[in-house]
Design a protein around this ligand. Structure first.
Ligand SMILES: C[S@@+](CC[C@H](N)C(=O)[O-])C[C@H]1O[C@@H](n2cnc3c(N)ncnc32)[C@H](O)[C@@H]1O
Length: 236
């Protein structure tokens, strides 16, 4: 029997960006992403979509935070995918100059957009070859999630999400983040994120019906839940 999906406010979303607890929690988030292997999970799926010699031109990262997760992904991909343009969208302005410089050193061009995701997507931004979201979709309750996925489907032919898996094992392990030194904000938000996470084919069910999309949704070891939507006419 799956755990019921419940949403509660994550503390990192309401703390000012320069609050010391938020700053430590953002550092913790890098560790949590490493423990979840989320960069590897996304990189593997992206490489499977683009055969050798092909690459995307533009990537949009939704809820990009401080941009360091996308930077870690770029480090894995830049050798095969030179010169990609990436937009880091978040409602908080968090991307440090050093992070932008690190993208540039890889040969990628990073720009930031500070806006709520609905406002941003409604401005009809330039289409992206890939829209990606890491630890982001679980912030939205069902009606907003469906609305968000419909907007995403209107701006790209390829969407990848890596989210917390709503499962007892992930929930239990999220309660042990004290053991690797995570602060109270991270410990609270990790448990809340798992409870708001996804399982089964919940994201596929919220994806707009009727278009010609190939959907793949699966648990990803150890703690994640991955969703890939590709438009069948995307030519890849
Ligand atoms: C858990 S963090 C993940 C950050 C990043 N993807 C990572 O893995 O390090 C979620 C991010 O989503 C952003 N966010 C939450 N709701 C948002 C919204 N409605 N519009 C834009 N950004 C939002 C928050 O500011 C936060 O930086």
């Amino acid at each position: 029997m799956p755990l019921p999906r419940t949403l509660e406010t994550e503390w990192l979303d309401v703390l000012p960006a320069d609050d010391p607890r938020a700053m430590v929690s953002r550092r913790d988030l890098r560790l949590v992403n490493r423990l979840m292997f989320n960069v590897a999970l996304a990189a593997r799926r992206l490489k499977a979509i683009y055969p050798a010699g092909c690459k995307p031109r533009r990537i949009l990262d939704l809820g990009a935070g401080d941009g360091t997760w996308m930077l870690a992904l770029a480090r894995r991909l830049a050798r095969h995918w030179p010169g990609v343009e990436v937009t880091l969208l978040d409602r908080q302005s968090l991307v440090a100059g050093a992070t932008r410089e690190s993208f540039a050193a890889l040969g990628w061009k990073a720009e930031t957009a500070t806006a709520g995701v609905f406002d941003y997507l409604k401005t009809s931004p330039a289409p992206s070859d890939i829209v990606i979201a890491n630890l982001f979709l679980h912030h939205f309750e069902e009606a907003d999630l469906s609305r968000l996925l419909a907007l995403i489907a209107g701006t790209t032919g390829c969407f990848i999400a890596v989210e917390p898996r709503r499962a007892r094992f992930a929930l239990t392990m999220s309660r042990f983040l004290w053991a690797v030194g995570c602060n109270r904000v991270t410990r609270h938000d990790a448990v809340a994120s798992v409870r708001a996470g996804f399982t089964g084919d919940e994201l596929s069910a919220s994806w707009p019906q009727g278009g010609r999309w190939h959907l793949r949704e699966e648990p990803a070891w150890p703690f994640s839940h991955c969703f890939v939507a590709r438009h069948v006419s995307d030519g890849l």
